[in-house]
Design a protein around this ligand. Structure first.
Ligand code: NAP
Ligand code: GCO
Length: 267
């Protein structure tokens, strides 16, 4: 028996939001490698075009759409276009996200709301737009890209942690409300991954030394390194495939062991 066929995504349409680059792009490549047709969006046409070129270079004929995921009308219009032009979305990866690193008492309510809007309200909006067709089709997979900040706080990321904590519970609630329609909604909680979003935390110092936060994360991670976006591809294929049909409401942390480790002890 070819057990690996349970991981096949042949014939499936996967929408990965905010996937012109970064984690979304890496996850989309992995889903494509398992057979999925890739659909992605970004806010700007130039980024969608850049993304299409990058997918083509990777041998993937992707479908790109310009859409701000916080705009419910735009999201509903995009999903209607995707269903007409590509097909019903079988797999949704709510990946698009932002972070603002500002001490809470210095953060404006406007900035706080913007992070909540992209990182929590938008996954709600996009999931709400695709679930009806998943119900009609009799199956669906939703993967919300959570974070270690779904479990932990740290200085300067109050809005992001609040959003990602909420996204963990939205994941569990979609599982609870739509599991009976054979829809599985799970989260992936990446650890610290080397992407543009974390570039400021890895910047070389003026004296050429590594950023203190870079050294901190490496010392706290048993793997002794930052994650690569590609490290998330396998877990995403698993959660997008029939191999995970009885996995629901879970957050799969892909963090190199950082959450299990007290940190390197002084030598
Ligand atoms: P990234 O490099 O900053 O990429 C984020 C993507 O989301 C970009 O393509 C961005 O497009 C898009 N986006 C932002 N706001 C959008 C909106 N309103 N509508 C549509 N697209 C939008 O981030 P990343 O590191 O790849 O992270 C991707 C996801 O993983 C995020 O949810 C992040 O919170 C999460 N995550 C990241 C890490 C990490 O260490 N990197 C760890 C845990 C979780 P534009 O370029 O046009 O803004
Ligand atoms: C930060 C980082 C983290 C990572 C990720 C960790 O400033 O602490 O950006 O938030 O992005 O979410 O899982």
């Amino acid at each position: 028996m070819d057990y690996l066929k349970n991981y096949s995504l042949n014939g499936k349409v996967a929408l990965v939001t905010g996937a012109s680059y970064g984690i979304g792009f890496a996850i989309a490549k992995a889903l494509a490698g398992a057979g999925a047709v890739i659909v992605f969006n970004d806010i700007k046409q130039e980024l969608v075009d850049k993304g299409l070129a990058a997918y083509e270079e990777a041998g993937i004929k992707a479908h790109g759409y310009v859409c701000d995921v916080t705009d419910e009308d735009a999201v509903n219009a995009m999903i209607a276009k995707i269903e007409a032009e590509v097909g019903v979305v079988d797999i949704l990866v709510n990946n698009a996200g932002i972070i603002k690193r500002i001490p809470m008492i210095e953060m404006s309510a406007k900035d706080f709301r913007q992070v909540i809007d992209v990182d929590l309200n938008a996954p709600f909006i996009v999931a709400k737009a695709v679930i009806p067709s998943m119900i009609k089709k009799g199956h669906g997979k939703i993967i919300n890209i959570c974070s270690m900040m779904s479990e932990f706080g740290r200085e300067t990321v109050s809005a992001y942690a609040a959003a990602k904590g909420g996204l963990k519970m939205l994941t569990r609630n979609i599982c609870s409300e739509y599991g009976e329609y054979n829809i599985q909604c799970n989260g992936i909680g990446p650890g610290y991954i080397a992407t543009p979003q974390t570039a400021p935390l890895r910047e070389k110092q003026a004296d050429g030394s590594r950023h203190p936060f870079d050294q901190f994360i490496v010392s706290k991670t048993p793997a002794g390194r930052w994650g690569e976006a590609e490290d998330l591809g396998g877990p995403a294929v698993f959660l997008a495939s029939d191999a995970s049909n009885f996995v629901n409401g879970q957050i799969l942390y892909v963090d190199g062991g950082i959450q299990a480790y007290i940190g390197k002890q002084p030598s």
